[in-house]
Design a protein around this ligand. Structure first.
Ligand SMILES: C[S@@+](CC[C@H](N)C(=O)[O-])C[C@H]1O[C@@H](n2cnc3c(N)ncnc32)[C@H](O)[C@@H]1O
Length: 249
């Protein structure tokens, strides 16, 4: 799919107080970079159906605007961001939809109503060509992460791709974070994951490589690509990522 340059990108970028990046340019550039990274591995056709879980204000929708004729569905647990995206993106591009769900997260949505480990993605089986989790499994506790993997496998087409970023834990990671000046060191084992701060576990969560493979297998998913990010070697935000595909029998 070819990128079409649009002239009014600034209208699709939330105000500074809502921005997850230092300014609008950094926000947009990072989105272009993240989607280009996915497209190194996945060919996204113009009629694709895309699900962006934990979409915030639609940062990762931006690179698809003007070229995606299929549907983009994003959902998040932060109501103000979803409202902003709906009012500013969906009104201009109705095939880009954003939905708020009141799912609990002890750091990001304490007053949520639904437990993440019981949440059912409100989409039919086999609906999506590409499912994106960018910097989401790094904020989920294991029971929620398991549920989200199972739901992703259910709503992914047999031919689809699932992109998930992680802080992957293994021996190499352990020695890297011990010897480098990294932002996260995950010193605490908490059940099936490691966390940076046990008082605010969902601030930053790391899963062991074996756990990720085991959960993928349980959900009929196989690893197609794995790429290590720079986070374990320096003060860098780049997380590790996997691209999964369904094992089709
Ligand atoms: C670090 S931000 C990443 C936002 C977006 N994916 C991006 O890359 O710009 C993490 C997002 O995950 C959302 N989130 C946390 N727990 C969630 C859950 N259980 N279900 C859906 N979204 C969740 C947060 O509200 C937040 O917007």
């Amino acid at each position: 799919m070819r990128t079409k340059i649009i002239n009014h990108i600034e209208d699709l970028i939330p105000p500074k107080k809502m921005l997850s990046h230092k300014d609008a340019k950094a926000y947009h550039d990072s989105a272009l970079h993240n989607i280009a990274t996915i497209e190194k591995h996945v060919s996204v056709s113009e009629d694709a159906s895309i699900l962006d879980v934990g979409c915030a204000a639609g940062r990762l929708a931006l690179p698809f605007i003007g070229r995606l004729k299929g549907n983009y569905e994003g959902f998040d647990i932060k109501e103000n961001l979803i409202e902003w995206a709906t009012n500013n993106i969906t009104t201009r591009y109705p095939n880009f939809r954003f939905t708020y769900f009141s799912v609990k997260n002890s750091v990001m949505n304490r007053s949520g109503i639904v437990d993440g480990n019981e949440f059912v993605f409100p989409f039919l089986d086999g609906s999506f060509d590409l499912i994106i989790f960018h910097s989401i499994f790094t904020h989920l506790m294991p029971d929620v992460a398991k549920r989200y993997l199972a739901e992703s496998s259910r709503v992914l087409k047999d031919t689809g791709f699932l992109y998930i970023t992680f802080y992957v834990w293994d021996r190499e990671t352990e020695s890297c974070v011990a010897s480098n000046d990294t932002r996260w060191t995950f010193p605490h084992q908490m059940g099936e994951c490691r966390v940076h701060d046990p008082n605010r576990p969902e601030d930053a969560v790391s899963f062991h490589r074996d756990w990720i493979y085991e959960q993928a297998l349980k959900n009929g998913l196989g690893v197609r690509n794995f790429v290590q990010g720079a986070w374990r070697n320096a003060r860098n935000h780049a997380q590790d990522y996997y691209i999964f595909r369904k094992h089709v029998s």
